[in-house]
Design a protein around this ligand. Structure first.
Ligand code: BGC
Length: 780
């Protein structure tokens, strides 16, 4: 576990004092830089030691066969896995005759700082070689938000206390050796050297490598340019071959003298472009970046982030650790989505190879809500990516004997990549989640062009899927049988409430959108009969309810199941899926992650306040939070049902998921959904933001331990600031036309720059619900 002392609490940075080799893989994830297109893990400049070397290009993957012990119809035949592309981070250093390797010699000081306003990772260290030569090294790197193909490093070495003969090798390296994969040995075979060399070039400090993946047939290019400053004589030499291109800089530094190397790297990839076109592409990106140089890139980065923070910051009073964590979270979610541009936003962003680099429903239900109110353009792009993958989703629906589009449970390029159908294929709710993201984005932006060109098609094809998946029974009720909801400890169950409510909203949204866009509807061959069938299904949607208990059922029959024997389950047997068969988990009342509880947030108007409270009290003691997606959802509903202290505890769990490595797998990459969930727990939890149709409402409330909370949102081209204090909330429209919002159900018209302060009604106290033994969240 990363101990908290490694990251001192401060508002705008994440700092590591000293070098903690035991948690190097975790810190490589935490210090990863990305813009959604290019991702550089926080590997040390010199490449070694490392936990997992990682350079990722969104969409670059390799395919591998998925053999099954027992084959079945419709199983995906191949899987996709993200690959480590050409590494442009590496800058090796030789001091006198010895490699600068922190495992040897004496490390006098070492510090890494992720600066959330500058968008840079800076490292400073002082090291004495085994032979006694001391140097100071300072490097700053960035992955550019403004020039999406570009990353850069400024690297400086200084002789301390005496002269030093210095050799710096700045490299591009392909097919780096990766540590053994502890999971899937089939994928590891492909990954061993996934890139075939096509071209190498080196001249006067300009480097280029172009490779191709073996099976997926993608061309991957990287180029680097350098500016070198050092005392005379400083010499340089460039060379390249196969998987390596290198600039070697040699200099002799007197005490206090410095050698500085500025390296700009450009990355590119394509499934269609020719070798010369790819070489030109990366060279051109390099030329554009070179024209502004390192200083220009750093200035652009800061300006981009200044604008981001002005429209997105969240201020937390009374819990400094959460203040730091939510900014860290916002920064990483921005990094995951900012420039993804019609590519997926993977569950780990571009911070690691966990989940094989796949995107899940995490994108639409966790990441896109945050981006909708802070960086809406990124949301439109993410949903256009879904639209671009419609051919694969339609083909999958046909294969499954269904209509419309069946979007994949997990994927990189659009095809279903889940080999486990009960939690993959059957998790059809991903389709309604995509529809929900379309509706939310359109409501929050009023982007009619998007709705017409992208939204309608996504809504129509998913509505078609639901209509063909379900059936009306003899009494007319509409059922969706054999679905897997968000809780993966229940599978292939009938009438999952979350799925049914989300599908209902999907069907109605599709019918409404078609009425607004008749021409588009005609192009998609939607007739009145079809929309009438959607509305019928929606209105007749069955929502299972246990009248004896007075609670909604997670799925039909769930509350009749035997309860999991929590008392007999030891703390070390969590997560349960690693210690018990799915067979047993599926037939008991035990919940991996918020499911019915999530439905109460996303489909809130379906439940009255009394049911929300009763359902929450019923499901809390069954929910073990074996998924990182759970705590933030529970935080939101805990806040709404008046359990403010518990909500704070859940907020902290979501917020510290990676900073404290709570799930012990931060090494594989960050939990981007849980990071986004930190924002959700604050803004939808304590801010009480709910956005259903045209109605935007807040129901603020603060837990005892927080003194204040403030956040800024983008809404229909306006900027709204919400400030919550102990007894009042203030709403200020910072820019834009008047806006109507609701405060605890009371409508309020806001005019620009006229703050409105309103009292916060007291919450009704309720008895605290229990959690399963050993699964209580840590108290704040
Ligand atoms: C969760 C899924 C989630 C996936 C990726 C799983 O453990 O159960 O809901 O989509 O992780 O984050």
């Amino acid at each position: 576990m990363i101990t908290q002392t490694s990251y001192p609490v401060e508002p705008w940075a994440l700092r590591e004092r000293g070098l903690h080799l035991d948690v190097l893989p975790q810190s490589e994830s935490v210090f990863a830089l990305s813009n959604g297109h290019v991702g550089w893990r926080g590997n040390l400049d010199e490449g070694e030691p490392h936990g997992l070397p990682g350079t990722y290009l969104n969409g670059v993957h390799e395919i591998h066969p998925l053999p099954y012990a027992e084959a079945g119809y419709g199983y995906p035949e191949s899987g996709q896995t993200v690959i480590n592309v050409t590494n442009g981070k590496i800058i090796r250093l030789l001091v006198d005759d010895e490699p600068f390797d922190l495992r040897y010699g004496r490390l006098r000081s070492h510090e890494r700082v992720l600066d959330l306003r500058a968008g840079t990772l800076t490292r400073t260290c002082e090291w004495t070689s085994p032979a006694g030569t001391t140097v100071r090294v300072r490097s700053t790197r960035l992955v550019s938000f403004t020039q999406r193909a570009v990353a850069a490093v400024a690297y400086e070495v200084e002789a301390v206390g005496g002269p030093a003969r210095i050799v710096v090798q700045s490299e591009l390296v392909a097919n780096e050796q990766l540590p053994g994969h502890d999971g899937d040995p089939r994928a590891a075979v492909v990954l061993e050297a996934p890139l075939e060399a096509e071209e190498h070039f080196a001249k006067s400090g300009r480097l280029r490598l172009v490779h191709r993946t073996r099976r997926s047939g993608l061309r991957v290019g990287a180029a680097a340019g350098h500016v070198v400053e050092g005392p005379d004589p400083t010499t340089t030499e460039s060379e390249a071959a196969g998987d390596l291109a290198r600039l070697t800089v040699t200099s002799t530094l007197a005490a206090g003298e410095r050698l500085r190397v500025e390296k700009v790297v450009s990355h590119g990839w394509s499934g269609t472009r020719s070798l010369p076109a790819m070489s030109d592409q990366v060279d051109a990106a390099l030329a554009a970046a070179g024209s502004v140089g390192w200083a220009g890139l750093a200035a652009e980065q800061r300006a981009y982030l200044d604008a981001f923070w002005a429209r997105s910051d969240v201020e937390v009073e009374g819990d400094e650790q959460i203040q730091q964590a939510v900014r860290f979270a916002l920064f990483h979610v921005l990094q995951a989505g900012a420039r993804a541009e019609q590519r997926a936003i993977p569950a780990k962003g571009l911070t690691g190879s966990g989940y094989d680099g796949h995107a899940f429903w995490d994108t639409e239900m966790f990441v896109l809500p945050l981006l909708t109110y802070t960086s809406p353009d990124a949301v439109a792009e993410a949903l256009r990516w879904r639209q671009n993958t419609l051919p694969a989703a339609r083909a999958r629906a046909v294969q499954l004997g269904l209509r419309g589009a069946a979007f994949p449970w997990r994927t990189i390029e659009g095809a279903e990549g889940s080999a486990y159908w009960p939690a993959g294929t059957a998790a059809f709710h991903v389709n309604a989640d995509i529809a929900d993201a379309v509706v939310r984005y359109t409501a929050a932006t009023g982007d009619e062009g998007f709705e017409r060109d992208t939204g309608v098609e996504l809504l129509v094809e998913t509505a078609r899927l639901w209509r063909s998946l379900g059936h009306h029974d003899q009494h007319g009720a509409f059922h969706l049988d054999g679905m897997t909801g968000p809780d993966e400890y229940s599978a292939v169950a009938d009438d999952n409430t979350y799925t049914n409510l989300m599908a209902r909203a999907n069907l109605l949204a599709a019918a409404d959108a078609v009425e607004r866009h008749p021409r588009r509807a005609a192009e998609l061959a939607v007739g009145e009969e079809e929309t009438a069938a959607w509305r019928d299904a929606a209105e007749a949607m069955h929502i299972p309810y246990n009248h004896d208990l007075g609670v909604h059922e997670q799925h039909a029959g769930f509350t009749r199941y035997q309860r999991w024997d929590f008392a007999a389950t030891r703390p070390d047997q969590y997560p349960l899926m690693l210690h018990f068969p799915y067979f047993d988990l599926y037939r008991k009342q035990v919940i991996k992650q918020a499911d019915l509880v999530l439905a109460m947030y996303t489909c809130g108007p379906h439940f009255d306040a009394e049911h929300k409270a009763r359902n929450f009290a019923y499901y809390e003691p069954l929910t073990v939070r074996d998924s990182s997606l759970s705590a933030c959802c529970q935080a939101v509903v805990a806040a709404e049902t008046g359990h403010l202290g518990l909500a704070h505890d859940y907020l902290r769990e979501a917020a510290l998921m990676d900073l404290e490595d709570l799930e012990h797998n931060t090494r594989d990459g960050l939990h981007i959904a849980s990071l986004a969930g930190t924002w959700m727990a604050l803004v939808a939890g304590f801010g009480g933001l709910r956005h259903h149709g045209e109605s935007i409402g807040f129901a603020p409330c603060l837990p005892e331990r927080l003194g204040g909370l403030a956040f800024t949102l983008q809404l229909r081209g306006r900027r709204l600031r919400v400030e919550i204090g102990r007894g009042t909330a203030t709403y200020t429209l910072l820019t834009g036309e008047p806006l109507t919002i609701h405060h605890h159900g009371v409508a309020l018209v806001l005019d620009a720059d006229k703050p409105h302060t309103l009292d916060i009604p007291p919450r009704r106290p309720r008895p605290a619900p229990d959690q399963p033994p050993h699964r209580r969240p840590d108290r704040a």
